[in-house]
Design a protein around this ligand. Structure first.
Ligand code: ADP
Ligand code: MG
Length: 297
């Protein structure tokens, strides 16, 4: 078990931010912690990384207790805070080098994390010269320096433009093949794009804990596709098992299929056959959307 939260309550002076929260995260899972702003996500993540203490209850991270074994918890987790305070005047390597010294990490690891996070082409620049997407990579590289088993990422994709978003999602997915990732977001689509499981939090309480696979079962399927050019809705209705086509904005279409089978490859073939380019292609989970709305309203 990578993370086990047991009856955690957190009270700030006059406000209860977490109320008797319990959940578990298994090894090598990518779990989304989904909730509206103010739900208590960052508070939980600060407790799991030992930045703050819970008022009541405890949590085990990698088998270590956050209340009594902080040092071992710290060496087990990599943390990307919500507003990652990067030093804009430092060069990427200077920043990572400084933190490698602080953590007592071998210098050879710096180039490893640079490569792992796709930073190589930007590694010689000052952090201040980098785009938001690349700054997030620096934050991820930093979180990975001491090669922790568990990564805790607080809103890792917030504020990124659509291209950066896709790149960081892919990177997180790749890292998630080897590590346990617990990431927060207030955007449902981020959970669909990256996670195996979702824990929904609202007003300091866990209101749902589900595997996305289970949510998808028995549902119609909605695929969101963006082409590089306009396509007639009627044209898209020629796809197999289509029940509905909606042009949501620009060249973005929501296509509903009456099947559980992943239809993205059919959409891809369709685009190829008709000489269209695909700019984005995602499965939308109709069921998660309604669950989230219902539980957080
Ligand atoms: P989220 O990350 O889900 O947006 P937070 O964990 O940041 O939520 O905050 C949960 C609640 O606790 C909010 O109402 C917030 O205003 C409050 N809160 C967070 N940090 C503090 C603090 N240091 N002092 C007082 N209240 C806080
Ligand atoms: Mg937050």
């Amino acid at each position: 078990m990578s993370i086990e939260v047991k009856n955690i309550t957190k009270v700030y002076k006059d406000q209860k931010a977490l109320n008797d929260v319990s959940f578990k995260v298994n090894d090598a899972e990518v779990v989304g912690f989904l909730g509206p702003n103010g739900a208590g996500k960052s508070t939980m993540m600060k407790i799991l990384t030992t930045y703050i203490d819970a008022s009541e209850g405890t949590a085990m991270v990698n088998g270590y207790d956050v209340n009594t074994n902080k040092k071992n918890v710290q060496s087990s987790v990599g943390y990307l805070p919500e507003h990652n305070p990067l030093y804009l005047e430092l060069y990427v390597k200077e920043y990572l080098n400084f933190n490698a010294n602080v953590y007592g990490v071998a210098k050879s690891r710096i180039n490893e994390v640079i490569e792992l996070t796709g930073l190589t082409p930007e590694a010689h620049k000052k952090i201040g010269q980098l785009s938001k997407g690349y700054r997030q990579r620096v934050g991820l590289a930093n979180a990975l320096l001491h090669n922790p088993d568990v990564l805790i990422l607080d809103e890792p994709t917030t504020g990124l433009d659509p291209n950066q978003l896709v790149e960081i999602r892919n990177l997180i997915r790749t890292i998630g093949k080897e590590k346990t990732i617990f990431l927060s977001t207030h955007i449902m689509q981020e959970v669909e794009a990256m996670c195996d499981r979702v824990i929904i939090i609202n007003k300091g309480e866990v209101v749902a804990d589900k595997y996305l696979q289970d949510l998808r079962e028995g549902q119609e399927q909605v695929v969101i596709v963006e082409f590089d050019y306009r396509v007639e809705d009627t044209f898209l209705l020629r796809l197999p098992q289509v029940t509905n086509v909606k042009n949501t904005y620009g060249f973005v279409y929501e296509i509903t299929f009456s099947t559980k089978e992943d239809m993205r490859s059919h959409v891809f073939d369709f685009a190829h056959d008709n000489e269209l380019k695909i700019l984005q292609l995602n499965q939308k989970n109709a069921s998660l959307e309604s669950l989230f709305r219902e539980l957080t309203n």
